[in-house]
Design a protein around this ligand. Sequence first.
Ligand SMILES: NC(=O)c1ccc[n+]([C@@H]2O[C@H](COP(=O)([O-])OP(=O)(O)OC[C@H]3O[C@@H](n4cnc5c(N)ncnc54)[C@H](OP(=O)(O)O)[C@@H]3O)[C@@H](O)[C@H]2O)c1
Length: 216
Amino acid sequence: MKVLVAGAQGKTARHLVRMLVGNGHEVRGLVRREEQLPDVEADGAEAVLVDLETEEVDGAIGEAVAGCDAVVFAAGAGPGSGNARKETMDFGGAAKLVEAAEKNGAGRYLMLSSMGAGDPEDRDEAMRPYLRAKGRADGRLRESGLDWTVIRPGRLTDEDGTGRIDAAGSLGRYGEIPREDVAATFAAALESPNTSGKTFEILAGERPIREALEGL
Ligand SMILES: NC(=O)c1ccc[n+]([C@@H]2O[C@H](COP(=O)([O-])OP(=O)(O)OC[C@H]3O[C@@H](n4cnc5c(N)ncnc54)[C@H](OP(=O)(O)O)[C@@H]3O)[C@@H](O)[C@H]2O)c1
C-alpha cells in the first residue's frame, strides 16, 4: 500500500514511518519545514514539503495525496501553539487533508485524535480549544465517504513501547501511552478491517495490539 503520513517528522510519526516501511509499505512523508526532509528520507520514505495550514487542497496538498491509497494524519500544532493554530492546524490541516483524500482517491484515512476530543466541555478549560478542534476534525472525517478510523490516545510519552494496549470506544479512565505503541497501533489498524468506521481510545495496557484491535 502507498501511505501518506502527515507530520512525518513528528515524534509519533517517525516511529510510524519506520514501521510502515518495515512492513513493506511505500511511504510518502509530508513535512512543513525543509530541514525536516532528511530525517524522513533517512526513515525510508519519500519526503514532500507541504504546509497544511497555508497551502491548498487543489494545489500542493492534493498533489501530496495523489497516488496514495491511505492517509495517516499524525501532525499537530503542538503544545503552546496558541488558539489560532488549533483552528488552522489541528482542525483546518486535518480537514483539508480529508478533502484532499476525497478528491484524490485515497480511500483510507486514519486520524491521530486525542482522548477528550469527544467531550471537550467536560475537560480542563485550558485543553478545551485543542480538544474542540480535534473533535471537529474527527467529525469532518466521519462525515466523509472515506474508509475512516479515529484513534484517541491518552497522554503521549517517549517511553519504549511494550506492544500492549487497552482499546475501547470508551475506556472510562485517563492515562498515558508511549508514542511507539501509538505508532504500532496505527500500523496494525491500517491492515485491520475491524477498525474501519470506528472511533476508539487507547492507553498503555495488557493486550497485544492486534488482539486489542480485533476485540473492538
Ligand atoms: N502530546 C500528547 O500528549 C497528545 C495526546 C493525544 C494526541 N496527541 C496528538 O498526537 C499527534 C502527534 O503528537 P506528537 O507529539 O507525536 O507530534 P509532534 O512531535 O508535535 O509532531 C507534529 C508534527 O506536525 C508538524 N506540523 C505542524 N504544523 C504543520 C503544518 N502546518 N503542516 C504540516 N505539518 C505540520 C510539526 O512540524 P513542526 O515541528 O514544524 O511544528 C511536527 O513535525 C498530534 O496530532 C497531537 O495533537 C498528542
